[in-house]
Design a protein around this ligand. Structure first.
Ligand SMILES: C[S@@+](CC[C@H](N)C(=O)[O-])C[C@H]1O[C@@H](n2cnc3c(N)ncnc32)[C@H](O)[C@@H]1O
Length: 310
């Protein structure tokens, strides 16, 4: 059921279950999708049974997620890309019988492949292990254990982007083109010395082609405070705008339609609209849906101002 919806020149945002929303979208309309699914049952965003984080275990999570993945394939244009942001998940001795990690990305790859997507590439996004240690107090990251119980220590957990492609032998539609002018770059460490536009473009490509992205501004995220329910602050973990912006730069053209089924605060749409793309999003939780409308409206105002000067 879709309980609310707002459509403007640049976006359509739906308040409802992403599976219901995806079913209403026509075949072959999405140029690029970027989403961060609920990480199985690691966080529960709401008590709603349609909340994909509100599941008892991985099996239940994937049973629900499996309704979305084929719909995403159907609505994506042939040849285009879906980006999934995820990470390894913790195993706890008390709950799982042993402390360690679960290969959540591997499971996502298998689910997408079994629905007909082609696994296209993977990026590792560097994360600071000190921040993870402060946030989670994970035993494996404590210096005390490094000194005295080395067998339990481990590396910090990075984020991953998994890219899937709706495979076609020949691109039937317009292709994604990059004719960069110096200054067009998303992330830190922008090339500063180059011979000409082509050299600049090659240097940008070499940074984007890196399998590990070290140059993402970790704190560049939408403000959590905008979600009005104070309980939300514990749970939502907005995706870094640099990550989204770089994917949009890599895999879409201006005016393309970018889609995020798990819109949260609207980070994907915020960046897409600012970068002169159009956006379709869905979000189940009312406070996030309302917050995302504020963010999308702000992005639309920014993009119109930018449009006046180009
Ligand atoms: C990991 S968060 C996404 C955060 C988002 N990328 C951002 O930057 O704000 C996952 C989101 O999925 C939403 N969600 C969970 N189940 C859903 C469903 N069935 N349909 C739509 N949204 C859902 C949650 O409320 C939460 O906002």
């Amino acid at each position: 059921m879709i309980s609310n919806q707002k459509t403007t020149e640049r976006y359509s945002m739906f308040h409802g279950d992403c599976v219901d929303v995806a079913k209403t979208l026509p075949d072959n309309t999405i140029d690029l999708s970027i989403h961060s699914p609920p990480f199985s049952n690691l966080y529960i965003y709401s008590a709603d049974p349609r909340d994909m984080g509100n599941t008892k275990d991985d099996e239940e999570f994937f049973e629900h997620y499996r309704y979305l993945i084929p719909e995403m394939l159907r609505i994506t244009k042939p040849g285009r890309i879906a980006v999934v942001h995820c990470k390894d998940l913790p195993l706890y001795a008390g709950r799982d019988g042993a402390a360690g990690l679960k290969d959540f990305p591997g499971r996502i790859i298998r689910e997408f492949e079994s629905c007909g997507w082609t696994y296209h590439s993977r990026v590792t996004i560097w994360k600071d292990p000190v921040i993870e240690m402060q946030r989670t107090k994970a035993h494996g990251l404590l210096h005390r254990n490094f000194a005295e119980r080395g067998e339990v220590v481990r590396q910090g957990c990075p984020d991953y982007l998994l890219m899937f492609r709706k495979w076609v032998d020949e691109m039937p539609d317009k292709q994604v083109k990059h004719s960069l002018v110096p200054g067009e770059y998303v992330g830190e460490n922008m090339p500063t010395t180059y011979r000409d536009d082509r050299d600049y473009s090659i240097q940008v490509w070499q940074r984007y082609a890196s399998p590990v992205w070290y140059d993402i501004k970790q704190t560049n995220v939408l403000n959590i405070k905008q979600a009005r329910d104070s309980e939300d602050e514990k749970h939502i973990c907005p995706l870094q705008l640099d990550v989204i912006g770089r994917c949009i730069h890599l895999w879409s053209n201006p005016d393309d339609v970018v889609y995020d089924p798990f819109s949260g605060l609207g980070s994907t749409g915020f960046e897409a609209i600012k970068m002169q793309r159009r956006y379709i999003g869905s979000e189940l939780k009312d406070s996030y849906y309302q917050a995302s409308l504020d963010n999308l409206d702000e992005a639309e105002a920014i993009s119109k101002q930018v449009g006046l000067f180009v």
